[in-house]
Design a protein around this ligand. Structure first.
Ligand SMILES: NC(=O)C1=CN([C@@H]2O[C@H](COP(=O)(O)OP(=O)(O)OC[C@H]3O[C@@H](n4cnc5c(N)ncnc54)[C@H](O)[C@@H]3O)[C@@H](O)[C@H]2O)C=CC1
Ligand SMILES: O=C(O)CCC(=O)C(=O)O
Length: 450
């Protein structure tokens, strides 16, 4: 075994690329982890000798299935469904479902791999998984979405369960879709259990779950700022996306006295220099969650600028919260953010920074939090939803929010503990990867070669 961390990374990536050809996002997610872990691993050979990392990049199980459904006109459509059950060393598989036309197995493997380390960071007993479909909910009626979800859940039902695999939402999957899938699961199994999280409040959901990812990301940014005796208060904040995570990130930034100035969707970005206030946020929630409209409608309504096909990263800000999708900040966009004075980046989305962007942020020594740390609040409150379901009780909004805050503070402390360099600068990527890895790796060592 080589003692040279750089060589270790190169050898391991050659192995991963040979076994998983053409899976660019999966390679990227693994590279980020191996690069930051290699020094730790060569000093702790027990993990290397037991091939823990080789086992962690191999899903325990991959399920792929056909999802046939009919549209409102009676036309037949065939989509593809997936569930990647990545790692169950510390608990049942847990992670969201994504419905988006661009997905493929590579995307789900990257997301599931990230999820394993993220779930470990929450300190709750959850393994990692991810899944979804190439179904595009855009432009579909409620009844079409329902028929698709019922067909998807009919196959998925035989692979999941409240103690085996507990899916939740992600891009394109919110309360409406979870409802349709839960309903179908219940009908097939004749049991009412916590098999999905993100359920409605009246039927087993947890208060604060819808808010948790966005709130948690802002709590994490606030924790990072505290280390500089600073806060969100008075800061200009750029946010991408306009879905679940982005909406509640805006809400928490407002609560903490910051000024959110952008939102986006796959069509472009709106820039509101006066700030997206609570009334405008309510409009965005209605526009996106109820009317399922496009973000340019905000620009028309409030007479602000709309940058078609552009992302928010050229807008001057102190804090950037990417909350849309993977690789939405390129290297040159990261440079622009830094040049404009941005000194905090907290990732609400999963892997929104390209490899180049991430290294620009790290080299600049800014407060940069990777998604697996900053956006862990969503899955953490899913874990709390599971606990409440098992106990057949529910906590108040204040109780859940307080637990969420504690979990985000704890993740921040773990990142500092494992990521603080001799110069005092915290590498949150390294901290999150080491802290997340050790818990899973030790469980795998204890459970033998499985
Ligand atoms: N919902 C949750 O609890 C969690 C979500 N995440 C991550 O947060 C991100 C956003 O997810 P949600 O808000 O839940 O989904 P959502 O479906 O509610 O919203 C997604 C947003 O991203 C935008 N978007 C999607 N693809 C895009 C593209 N190619 N270019 C530009 N914009 C695009 C959409 O227009 C929409 O505004 C994803 O990366 C997801 O994996 C992470 C942790 C938990
Ligand atoms: O709440 C969950 O189980 C999953 C959330 C999720 O998909 C994520 O953290 O990326």
């Amino acid at each position: 075994m080589t003692k040279d961390p750089k060589r270790f990374t190169e050898d391991f990536m050659a192995y991963v690329k040979a076994k998983n050809p053409g899976e660019a996002e999966f390679h990227q997610a693994v590279l980020e982890v191996v690069e930051t872990l290699s020094e730790f691993l060569v000093k702790n050979p027990r993990y290397v000798e037991a091939k823990i990392l080789e086992r962690m990049v191999e899903p325990e199980r991959v399920i792929q299935f056909r999802v046939p459904w009919t549209d409102d006109k009676g036309n037949i459509h065939i989509n593809r469904g997936y569930r990647v059950e990545m790692n169950s060393a510390i608990g049942p598989y847990k992670g969201g479902l994504r419905f988006h036309p661009t997905i493929n197995l590579n995307i789900f493997k990257f997301l599931a791999f990230e999820q394993v380390l993220k779930n470990s960071l929450t300190s709750l007993p959850m393994g990692g998984g991810k899944g979804g479909s190439d179904f595009d909910p855009k432009g579909k009626t409620d009844s079409e979405v329902m028929r698709f979800c019922q067909s998807f859940a009919t196959e998925l039902a035989r692979h999941i369960g409240p103690d085996t695999d507990i899916p939740a939402g992600d891009i394109g999957v919110g309360g409406r879709e979870i409802g349709f899938m839960f309903g179908q699961y219940k009908r097939l199994r004749n049991e009412f259990t916590g098999v999905f999280t993100g359920k409605g409040i009246g039927w087993g959901g947890s208060l604060i779950r819808p808010e948790a990812t966005g709130y948690g990301t802002v709590y994490f940014a606030e924790e990072m700022l505290k280390t500089k005796k600073d806060s969100i208060n008075g800061k200009t904040v750029t946010i991408s996306g306009s879905g679940n995570v982005a909406q509640f990130a805006v809400e928490k930034v407002l609560d903490l006295g910051g000024k959110p100035v952008t939102l986006s969707d796959s069509g472009g970005t709106i820039y509101d220099p006066d700030g997206i206030d609570r009334e405008k946020l309510e409009y965005v929630k209605m526009l996106k969650n109820y009317y399922r409209g496009r973000i340019y409608e905000y620009a028309d309504k409030y007479n602000v600028q709309y940058f078609e096909n552009e992302r928010p990263w050229s807008v001057k800000c102190d804090v950037a919260l990417p909350c849309a999708t993977q690789n939405e900040i390129s290297g040159s966009q990261a440079e622009t953010l830094l040049k404009n004075g941005c000194f905090v980046v907290a990732e609400g989305a999963n892997m929104p920074s390209t490899y180049e962007a991430e290294h620009k942020f790290l080299n600049a020594g800014i407060l940069y939090a990777p998604g697996k740390a900053a956006n862990a609040g969503g899955v953490a409150v899913s874990g709390l939803e599971m606990s409440q379901n098992s106990m057949r009780m529910s906590w108040t909004r204040e109780e859940v929010d307080e637990k969420l805050k504690c979990i985000m503070e704890n993740i921040h402390s773990m990142c500092v503990e494992h990521g603080k360099g001799s110069n005092g600068v915290v590498n949150y990527v390294k901290g999150a990867n080491i802290a997340g890895f050790v818990k899973v790796a030790d469980a795998m060592l204890a459970q033998g070669l499985v």
